[in-house]
Design a protein around this ligand. Structure first.
Ligand code: HPA
Length: 257
């Protein structure tokens, strides 16, 4: 089964039938919605920040959510992510697939492998190539413009925006976009052997890029105007994947959930 994790500005999907579920996990309860699409396809939707955008990025219960998704049989996750652009050549309004990330978070639980025992998770393929191809096919089929290159996501701790000096540093390091939520979400998916891909929507130029001073209002305004396109892209991708999606890039991890 496929799950969609909706980030800032993506709080629901247009579905014929919806059923809210609360799933108990060792990391607390997780809330998800089962959505049955008009064509009969069932998928899981989770609003990353909760309905009404209540939970700030540094306090997200990511372990509970990812554990719950694994437990109910999710094998692939498509996520959305509002981001600031570190490069003026990737302007607001751009939709881009994430290809890799850099982790600048500071105080989060970022793993299920908390001991006893030592596990070093490989995250070279944090963004599943099979899912990325399905997203590109969905975009082409629906005439939705996707940035030609996959972008490098810099994950900051938040909830404050970055300083212009931080953004200059991230640009020099090879970052393309900046946000606050891919870590640990993408890492936890890898640990559980769930295929994961994310589409970034550039909502603003990051601090200092062409003199930008980002604001939360600006982020919400862009999401409000582009959120529907993003939902269309994701729902089209669920159809591309079909019911029995399996991927051999990510052999399912055993014994985790
Ligand atoms: N910085 C960090 N996170 C963000 C931004 C930003 O500029 N825009 C949207 N999410």
């Amino acid at each position: 089964m496929v799950a969609i994790i909706g980030g800032t500005g993506v709080y629901e999907l247009p579905g014929a039938e919806e059923r809210d579920r609360t799933i108990a996990t060792p990391f607390g309860d997780a809330s998800v919605t089962e959505v049955r699409l008009p064509d009969g396809e069932t998928l899981i939707f989770a609003a990353r920040h909760g309905k009404g955008h209540a939970v700030p990025p540094h306090r997200l219960p990511a372990r509970a959510l990812l554990w719950a998704l694994k437990e109910i049989g999710v094998t692939a996750i498509l996520a959305t992510s509002a981001v600031g652009s570190v490069r003026e050549e990737i302007p607001p309004g751009t939709l881009a697939l994430l290809g890799d990330f850099m982790d600048f978070t500071k105080a989060r639980a970022t793993t299920f492998h908390d001991g006893p025992g030592v596990v070093h998770q490989n995250v070279s393929d944090a963004y599943c190539p099979t899912l990325r191809s399905a997203l590109r096919r969905s975009a082409e089929r629906q005439d939705i413009a996707l940035h030609p290159d996959e972008v490098v996501y810099v994950c900051t701790e938040g909830p404050r925006f970055e300083t212009p000096a931080e953004i200059r540093a991230y640009r020099m390091l090879g970052g393309d976009v900046v946000g606050m939520t891919q870590v640990p979400e993408a890492v936890l998916a890898a640990e559980l052997g769930i295929c994961y891909a994310a589409v970034a929507l550039v909502t603003n130029l990051a601090a200092g890029v062409q003199g930008a001073r980002p604001s939360h209002e600006e982020v919400l305004e862009l999401m409000a105007s582009q959120g529907k396109t993003l939902s269309r892209l994701l729902l089209g991708t669920v159809r591309e994947l079909g019911k029995d999606y399996r991927c051999n890039t990510h052999p399912q991890a055993e014994g985790m959930a």
